[in-house]
Design a protein around this ligand. Structure first.
Ligand SMILES: [Zn+2]
Length: 262
């Protein structure tokens, strides 16, 4: 009898049995449910068929700059009229979903209901829509939250997404390299100039990380792009610090009617 051939397999099967019992007990206490409507499911985090059918994934053709869907395809370099008229401060943005229905509810639960495990559900969608951006990115940088908000929500949802995406893509994540130094008001209902004023001076690059960012390609990670003001303010701060390329990757975005320009 050798230790490796008999004792280890027995110990392994004991551990597997214990783990299975633990999982059964955990299921009894906390049944696996749809992340949105709480229907019981076989796995979690996951969505039930009804909630899944209400997701609207963004598909080509899209605007090469902002990533919004376009009504018809004029090639991979097509840009929407709004991006031509108001060129974004970032280079390219990509989002997996239109921000409505299930996507809106899912992000709301992820953000405000202490459900960090939802990041595991969202990350594969983020990775699929951002595959071109991830190819030669140096760092993932989450859109930062002010410390007060982190304390009230318990975590920064963008940092949770960046953490899981970094694990699956291999692109390093740098939390705290970009910091939120001003507590801003909620942007809802503000016009463009008010939003700009509200976010003025809100972000800074950590002073001892400026040299490490010069000439790099970074991807800003956010849960949702609504007006775009927050990612614009972050992109301007990073550009000023010398970052070469700034892309944005979000789970969802608000989509208005867009027209192709080029
Ligand atoms: Zn459901």
């Amino acid at each position: 009898m050798t230790f490796t051939s008999t004792v280890l397999p027995k110990a392994k099967s004991f551990c597997q049995a214990t783990q299975a019992q633990f999982e059964q007990f955990a299921d009894f206490l906390l049944p696996r449910r749809c992340s949105v409507c709480m229907t019981e499911l076989a796995t979690a985090p996951a969505l039930c068929p009804t909630c899944w059918m209400d997701l609207h994934f963004i598909k080509s053709p899209i605007c090469a700059r902002t990533g919004v869907p376009l009504p018809f395809d004029l090639g991979p370099e097509s840009v929407s009229l709004s991006a031509m008229r108001f060129p974004p401060a970032y280079d390219r943005a990509r989002s997996a979903l239109i921000y409505n229905g299930t996507a809106r509810q899912l992000i709301h639960k992820f953000k405000f209901h202490n459900r960090p495990e939802i990041a595991d559900l969202l990350t594969p969608w983020l990775q699929t829509c951002g595959q071109d951006l991830l190819k030669d990115a140096d760092y993932l940088i989450p859109v930062p939250l002010h410390l007060f908000r982190i304390v009230s929500r318990r975590y920064n949802q963008s940092a949770e997404l960046a953490r899981t995406l970094s694990k699956s893509s291999g692109v390093p994540m740098k939390v705290e390299w970009l910091r939120r130094v001003k507590k801003t008001s909620q942007q809802v209902g503000m016009i463009r100039d008010m939003r700009r004023k509200n976010l003025k001076g809100a972000f800074e690059v950590k002073p001892n990380k400026v040299d490490a960012l010069v000439g790099k390609n970074i991807i800003l990670i956010d849960d949702v792009i609504t007006t775009g003001s927050t990612v614009t303010a972050c992109a301007k701060t990073l550009r000023k610090a010398g970052v070469a390329r700034i892309d944005v990757l979000s789970v969802a975005r608000v989509v208005m009617h867009e027209t192709v320009a080029v």
